[in-house]
Design a protein around this ligand. Sequence first.
Ligand code: A2P
Length: 347
Amino acid sequence: MSEGIRVAILGATGAVGKELIQLLEERSFPISQLKLLASPRSAGQEISFRGDSLKVETVSAEAFQEVDLVLASAGGSTSKEWARTIVDAGAVMVDNSSAFRMAENVPLVVPEINPQAAAQHQGIIANPNCTTILMGLAVYPLHQVQPIQRLIVATYQSASGAGAKAMAEVKKQAQAILNDETPTTEAFPYPLAFNVFPHNSPLTEQGYCQEEMKMVKETRKIFGSPDIRISATCVRVPVLRAHSEAINLEFAEPFPVGKAKAILQDAPGVEVREDWENNYFPMPNEATGQDEVFVGRIRQDISHPCGLELWLSGDQIRKGAALNAVQIAELLVKENLLQGTQSTVSV
Ligand code: A2P
């Protein structure tokens, strides 16, 4: 590690943190120094990066000195706790948590959709919610051709969205059930193995949970379209790490299916996967570990002349989190946007 960017990963031992490390290596991100930070529980743990064995350090103010870029994925409260220290130290923080996503002067970026927003950063750039990123890739290319008036989405979200512990918990629960034992729960409120339940994020007064409202508000912010009407139902399913979504779109005019399919076939980050003869469409097990969001079942809504239906599966840890963050980092390098900026964001 010589020429390049001095990077720290906050939350390096988590599901997303580990993927970040792998992606930085895979994509040959220009790194001169990599610090792996986590809670004191993980201090001293060794993780390999480009043939070196790096020791995980406990997060501290000193750890952010002489760092250019922090990729944070240790939860909202940890991001809030360290954001001021990070930007005061002159580093730019790409934050995977929801802590700053809706803050006015924090760009919320999906590089395939609104790369230009990154240039407005004042020290912090937010990585959107996983379901929002996956949906955005599939519907923004259509929105550009004909603005979406109304969007209804139902999600089928894997355990990985709740972190590495939740993924381990589902496997343990499945094993317990197969052994005729009672499954235990810790990361989730209910057993997820052999079960589904509405997303367990806190409920808002309107009857939507926070995860659902993230899809509404974040999509509007990323698209720069405050008027799109969006309604979401988010559901946990016993899949390990890729999310799926059923999406209904309503336009002002009919949107021919063939045209939508052709647009999506050319869309960045999207792979159209459909074989109607064999009833073959995107599935989370095939999306796992892949960079692209798989989209299929693109069809006319029989209940509305200006409606389209589609289905997608995308890797929650990869494009839904770590890959998008690394792409933001690549954008910052390419556009020379990493110079220490004095943040006016209230952190
Ligand atoms: P640790 O492994 O030491 O607990 P996941 O989302 O997969 O559960 O991962 C969460 C990541 O955030 C882990 O790397 C975890 O570290 C880290 N983390 C959680 N709480 C803190 C904290 N208070 N300070 C620093 N890192 C934290």
